[in-house]
Design a protein around this ligand. Structure first.
Ligand SMILES: NC(=O)c1ccc[n+]([C@@H]2O[C@H](COP(=O)([O-])OP(=O)(O)OC[C@H]3O[C@@H](n4cnc5c(N)ncnc54)[C@H](OP(=O)(O)O)[C@@H]3O)[C@@H](O)[C@H]2O)c1
Length: 272
């Protein structure tokens, strides 16, 4: 990426995180540009990262190798159709917008190299995880560029089929909210067991963080980690047995299927 020039269309939360991550990886401010209709947004991103900003999207993409589409899905069609006459050569298009398919992007932009990504909210802390899918027009070098871009805000994983992005949306895109729900429920249950709310909250949060760190660092899978901390007839086993008697795995599977179905429905609507 030492020579790559990147233009961001939309300079909101996600673009700001990506730009911060790229700068932290050593990209020069002169390699990055951004456009956004908001004067305050442009001033902030310029002040925070020292990059050049534009009100006009077409100006931002001149000479860019990579164009990152970081606008809301609802405005994507209009943004792409306005950009299309200004695209040059085989500029790589990277879209981070939820639910906009490569077919839709290529129908608005022409048959160009497109990488479609699904990041998640912890990307704002550079602790995200993203699924990436590349169309066949994307070169090996462009795949690397896209991977490095998303790696600036966390872990980047390639997918072989675009449809798998609906599953990524269900697992990691919407996933932070599932953990927030569990945190809420455990905190409330701890309070009912007699703990002060703040204590129950801190115990839950640090347990979630510690468990996630253990699972990420471990060489064995989560099922084995769970077995190792579940003594026969102990307290953990009592809780796990109760979870499973209430159909915990089926509840999770149904929830993720509902999210994946909704993701496919939204893609259908937004692509029109
Ligand atoms: N945030 C996340 O955790 C997350 C996770 C996964 C995927 N995404 C995707 O990332 C994309 C950006 O999300 P975000 O959270 O960064 O949203 P955001 O903070 O609202 O940023 C979008 C920016 O685009 C600007 N914009 C609107 N119309 C534009 C146009 N015609 N040309 C250029 N810029 C324009 C907006 O300006 P105004 O505010 O003035 O309209 C805003 O500053 C979305 O498509 C979302 O689906 C986000």
């Amino acid at each position: 990426m030492s020579q790559t020039r990147i233009a961001f269309i939309g300079a909101g939360n996600m673009a700001a995180s990506l730009i911060g991550g790229l700068r932290a990886q050593g990209l020069e401010a002169s390699q990055i540009r951004a456009s956004d209709p908001g004067a305050d947004t442009r001033t902030r991103i310029q002040a925070d990262h020292g990059i050049e900003t534009f009100e006009d999207n077409a100006q931002a993409i001149a000479d860019a190798d990579v164009i990152v589409l970081a606008v809301k899905p609802q405005v994507m069609k209009a943004v792409c159709q306005a950009l299309q006459p200004h695209l040059q050569g085989d500029q790589l298009i990277v879209s981070i917008a939820a639910g906009i398919t490569c077919a839709s992007l290529q129908s608005w932009l022409g048959a160009r190299p497109v990488v479609r990504c699904m990041p998640n909210t912890p990307a704002l802390l550079r602790q995200g995880v993203s699924g990436l899918y590349a169309t066949h027009e994307v070169s090996a070098e462009q795949r690397q560029q896209a991977e490095q871009l998303l790696s600036a805000v966390g872990t980047a994983l390639w997918l072989e089929q675009e449809q798998q992005l609906d599953a990524v949306t269900a697992v990691s895109g919407s996933g932070p909210a599932y953990f927030f729900l569990l945190i809420e429920a455990m905190t409330a249950a701890g309070e009912k067991l007699g703990l002060p709310r703040e204590t129950a909250s801190q115990l839950t949060l640090h347990t979630a963080l510690g468990a996630a760190r253990m699972a990420v660092a471990s060489e064995v899978d989560a099922a084995e980690l769970r077995r190792r901390v579940t003594s026969p007839a102990g307290t953990t086993e009592a809780a796990i047995t109760s979870f499973q008697a209430s159909g915990f795995e089926a509840i999770v599977e149904q929830a993720l299927q509902a999210a994946a179905k909704r993701s496919a429905e939204l893609a259908e609507q937004l692509g029109q």
